[in-house]
Design a protein around this ligand. Sequence first.
Ligand SMILES: [Zn+2]
Length: 267
Amino acid sequence: MSELQISPIPAFTDNYFWLLERNGKAVVVDPGEAGPVTRALADRRLELAAILVTHHHLDHIGGLATLKAQSPVVVYGPAAEADRIPGLTRTLAEGDRLRLEALGVEFEVWEVPGHTLGHIAYVADGFVLCGDTLFSAGCGRLFEGTPEQMHRSLSRLAALPPATRVYCTHEYTLANLAFAATVEPDSAPLSDEIVRVRGLRARQLPSLPSTIGHERRINPFLRAADPAVAVSVRRQSGRPLDSEVEVFAALRRWKDGFRAPPQTQGR
Ligand SMILES: [Zn+2]
């Protein structure tokens, strides 16, 4: 068996639909539209074996109907959002194991509420498909969940082995780094990372995947327990922020209102 390959299909302004392939078979994650997936499959002569969905947002499910009409594949997704994902055929919940024979990969399903209430992550040996929960240097907006839920979801992901590769579904890294550097202006890993990612983006290369170990160094949303982050967030919010969750909640609110300076804005 050849090795599993994972590559991004760029779509819309800044989405990535991750394509997992092995021996001519492919699985696509969160296809928000069908066109780019169909072209990638044809270009690489791949047969679509299944579709994985992390949550119900349209830019993650908009391609399901067309792709299913082209080939009747199984669509896996969160049980808690089944009524909001037309075309879902197999529902998954916390602790479920999903073995994709076509790829020789097994996932453990984690419920990671926060961005949406039913959001799931697919955790495999060595990598995680985390949808809009964890981004490089950032995290998803809290559209449905509470800060407590998102903090817990991110803490679980942060506890994965450091080498675990992180496949996020948006190229938000540069804009996230601008915010992270505002929170931790003295961080050397962050200034190195800004230079590195600017170089990648200038050549139109993806900044992803990241790794859990890397995110623990640069991502303020995984660092609410770090004194440098807590002090900075307290100063900005003007509140005592007695717990790690309160720091996290204030950090997320700060980011919601943050506009990156033009030269650091991501796509
Ligand atoms: Zn989303």
